[in-house]
Design a protein around this ligand. Sequence first.
Ligand SMILES: [Zn+2]
Length: 264
Amino acid sequence: MKRVWPTAALTALLAACATSPTGRTQLMMVSDSQMNQLGLSAFNDMRKQGKFVEAPREQAYASCVAHALIAVLPPPWNTQQWEVQIIGDNSANAFALPGGRIGVNQGMFKVATDEDQLAVVLGHELSHVVARHGAERMSDNMAAQAAVAAGTIYAGSRGTNAGYAAAALGLGAEVGILLPFSRTQESEADVLGQRYMAKAGFDPRAAVTLWQKMEKQGGGKPPVFLSTHPSPGNRAQVLGRQAQQLLPVFEQARASGHVPDCRM
Ligand SMILES: [Zn+2]
């Protein structure tokens, strides 16, 4: 018993490893279809709570930017059906969920004032989905719980581990969808989002402008988007450097017909 448990757990963990689009190894114990279900159900809850507003101009504009980005995502996300809703909230925030759902707060349009800047935000949010950051966070959480369960059994407890599995699933929506992402995941979403925007014909240099505006916004009180999106101090530097490297990609995208023209 003492030896079987850790070995079995280790085997399960090794079998459940994935590689993110930037080449990072991730623990992946949750399937895409499970995450899609969580995303769709979280979005439906928001709908029932009356969070979405009738805003056809904002919705068409945000959809235009989102779909230009979606077209350059890897499969299966590029062919998935995506729905974009506008949320009646004046703070500058937005999100994308597994299952093909995007929400943009009305307050976002006051900060992201052109299509390139909105593409920075939506590219970043879509990258969290493509890099499976929610599933990764859930998997890390489940592994931590399994370790606790293993420890309990190791210590000679009579309790079954069914309770821990149930707890992990019960936490699914919160851990997979609602909690903030880690700094590593935020940096990865920055890098990926900027790549996707350049490929889609949006100016990657807008990333620097947008994040600077986000930081200035709110006058002392950080906007929600930043408090849920921890930004390392060198974010602007990293994005500025990558923007220069991505200029040929951006120019080639525009030359080959990726010329988004989204307006409100
Ligand atoms: Zn983020």
